[in-house]
Design a protein around this ligand. Structure first.
Ligand SMILES: NC(=O)c1ccc[n+]([C@@H]2O[C@H](COP(=O)([O-])OP(=O)(O)OC[C@H]3O[C@@H](n4cnc5c(N)ncnc54)[C@H](OP(=O)(O)O)[C@@H]3O)[C@@H](O)[C@H]2O)c1
Length: 265
């Protein structure tokens, strides 16, 4: 089932081609094609009120997410997710890693952290696990010493690691500016794993093309537990983000729902 869902989506993005050879219509855009994927509880929570990482889906969904990740040029999270979950964001399946290599792509998508003040811990898994490039998007208000320390993690590593810090935005990362920078680096397809604050930031500036949610069979509850789209939220109906339903399918004990987003820029 997961193969069918993946193949039917990305109408404007060609995930089968190596980055430089991609020739889909979206290649002409000034930003990457952006796909958000999250797992949430039946009450829309991404984790607990303590922001502790929780298991919401099972093996089948993990495999679907790994496949989605392996098909993208880059994968992005907010600093909140790095601090809460310490993810590595590597492709887990050896077969998919080999397939990427045989398509002349790096083994893992470029890993990106949206981190205005360069708070990414120097020991974070995302910086150390797996070869390849990382991008830390910081604001111009970030401490230059801290930014330099992040860059130097790559220099002190024995692995084949590259860390680039991109400055965009004054006090907070400007996501529109960032996406233009990413596109200039040949990032055509970008998967966003969360969390809710970054996802809402992307929705607010019209940058999301597809939304995939695995909805698990549990209630987490808590008014302060993170949801799919946090931030300040919209007030008026005409501001709401409108979606077109693409597929709904049962997966394990939950449901996978995929949407296209209207009016993305
Ligand atoms: N279930 C799932 O699939 C899933 C996936 C991922 C995460 N999670 C959960 O989500 C939680 C973390 O979510 P979160 O909302 O706290 O953090 P987040 O969305 O990962 O990161 C938010 C942070 O990104 C930074 N940022 C910089 N520029 C931004 C912009 N223009 N717009 C929005 N954010 C910007 C801000 O920090 P600065 O101002 O310091 O830059 C902001 O606080 C954790 O509990 C984690 O377990 C769940």
């Amino acid at each position: 089932m997961c193969e069918i869902v993946t193949a039917m989506l990305f109408p404007h993005a060609d995930l089968s081609m190596p980055d430089s050879a991609s020739c889909s219509p979206h290649t002409l855009s000034t930003r990457p094609y952006i796909i958000v994927n999250v797992a949430m509880s039946a009450d829309g929570k991404l984790s607990t009120k303590e922001r502790r990482q929780v298991i919401i889906s099972g093996k089948e969904d993990f495999s679907r997410v790994d496949e989605l990740k392996a098909g993208c040029d880059a994968i992005m999270v907010g600093i909140g997710t790095v601090l809460a979950d310490d993810p590595s964001l590597t492709v887990k399946s050896e077969t998919r890693v080999k397939e990427r290599r045989s398509n002349f792509r790096p083994p893992h998508p470029i890993r990106i952290v949206v981190d205005s003040m360069a708070r990414t811990p120097l020991g974070a898994k995302i910086l150390h696990k797996g070869e390849g490039k990382r991008i830390i998007a910081v604001s111009r208000a970030a401490d230059p010493v801290r930014v330099d320390q992040l860059r130097q993690v790559a220099m002190h590593s024995s692995d084949d690691i590259e860390i680039e810090c991109i400055f965009c935005g004054e006090d907070q990362v400007d996501l529109v500016e960032l996406c233009k920078e990413l596109k200039m680096r040949d990032i055509h397809t970008l998967m966003v794993e969360g969390g809710g604050t970054l996802i809402m930031g992307l929705f607010q500036v019209g940058l999301i093309d597809e939304l995939h949610t695995f909805i698990g069979n549990m209630i987490i509850g808590g008014k302060n537990a993170p949801t799919l789209a946090d931030g300040d939220g919209f007030v008026f109906e005409n501001e709401f983000i409108r979606l077109t339903l693409h597929t709904v399918s049962q997966m394990e004990d939950g449901v996978l729902v995929s949407w296209y987003v209207h009016g993305c820029s």
